[in-house]
Design a protein around this ligand. Structure first.
Ligand SMILES: NC(=O)c1ccc[n+]([C@@H]2O[C@H](COP(=O)([O-])OP(=O)(O)OC[C@H]3O[C@@H](n4cnc5c(N)ncnc54)[C@H](O)[C@@H]3O)[C@@H](O)[C@H]2O)c1
Length: 247
């Protein structure tokens, strides 16, 4: 039987860990050739190859525009097209109330979590226009819709990702490019390593489902949005949050 993404090429930024790695493995398990991009090398490609899939790695800092342009060029040189792009690389950044937050800390999280999404989308869309189609999924957050004390840079960046996603969908949906964002609740990944166990337990109970999420649970939604089953989904904001936003 034909696999869901057979013949497709999928690019994942931040593919070395957490949600990005889980999604990259899921793309590969569903037959896609997967381009893993991350700021540092990691074991995602070897995991995919061990499981019988096809993948390659390109090192990219998404906060640097020229590196994002280079990533798209390397991807095209490698596989000739990008059918699916999952723009997911991100950091938590400095945790401080606004008056105490350093200018550098604020600028850093904006440069990775917001500018990085813009740069990747810009060069991906240029390519997808040539191909006459493609799918983009951006990783926003529940903090793209509501605030969270001491996370102002992160919250501002993720609200920006939602806006960029909506604007891109207005501009390109009629050209065969679907663009959506996912909004995870708190997911148990290395991103949360900065937080102690007590804080994680307090966060868990903010989700009506009673626990933090798992990377695979976000990957399932990204897979659906990336597939033809989601052919009428564009410009959307998709929470996957154990009910966090209902409280
Ligand atoms: N874990 C959560 O609770 C949670 C909740 C909502 C949204 N998110 C978002 O999900 C995405 C993935 O996070 P995760 O939880 O899997 O974290 P993670 O730390 O496990 O993975 C993030 C990956 O991004 C990479 N990265 C960091 N800076 C980069 C840069 N400048 N250029 C390229 N790659 C870079 C890291 O090396 C890492 O592999 C992020 O955008 C994050 O904001 C996470």
């Amino acid at each position: 039987m034909k696999k869901l993404f057979e013949g497709k090429v999928a690019l994942v930024t931040g593919g070395g860990s957490g949600i990005g790695q889980a999604t990259a493995l899921a793309y590969a398990a569903n037959g896609a050739k997967v381009i893993i991009s991350d700021i540092s090398n990691n074991d995602t490609v070897s995991k995919i190859i061990e499981a019988g899939g096809e993948a390659c790695f390109f090192q990219t800092d998404v906060s640097i525009a020229i590196e994002c342009a280079q990533l798209i060029k390397q991807s095209i040189d490698m596989y000739g097209k990008i059918d699916i792009a999952f723009n997911n690389a991100g950091i938590l950044g400095e945790i401080n109330p606004i008056a105490d937050m350093s200018i550098e800390g604020f600028e850093k999280v904006i440069s990775v979590n917001l500018n990085g999404i813009f740069y990747c989308m810009k060069f991906e869309i240029e390519q997808m226009l040539i191909q006459r189609g493609g799918v983009i999924v951006n990783t926003a957050s529940i903090l793209g819709e509501v605030g969270f004390g001491s996370f102002s840079g992160y919250v501002a960046a993720k609200h920006g990702v939602v806006g960029l996603t909506q604007n891109a969908a207005i501009e390109y949906s009629s050209k065969g490019i679907r663009i959506n964002c996912v909004a995870p609740g708190f997911i148990n990944t290395p991103l949360l390593n900065k937080l102690d166990n007590k804080t994680k337990a307090e966060l868990a109970i903010k989700h009506p489902i009673g626990r933090l999420g798992k990377p695979d649970e976000v990957a399932s939604l990204v897979i659906w949005l990336s597939s033809d089953a989601a052919s009428y989904a564009s410009g959307g904001y998709y929470p996957i949050d154990g009910g966090y936003l209902t409280l």
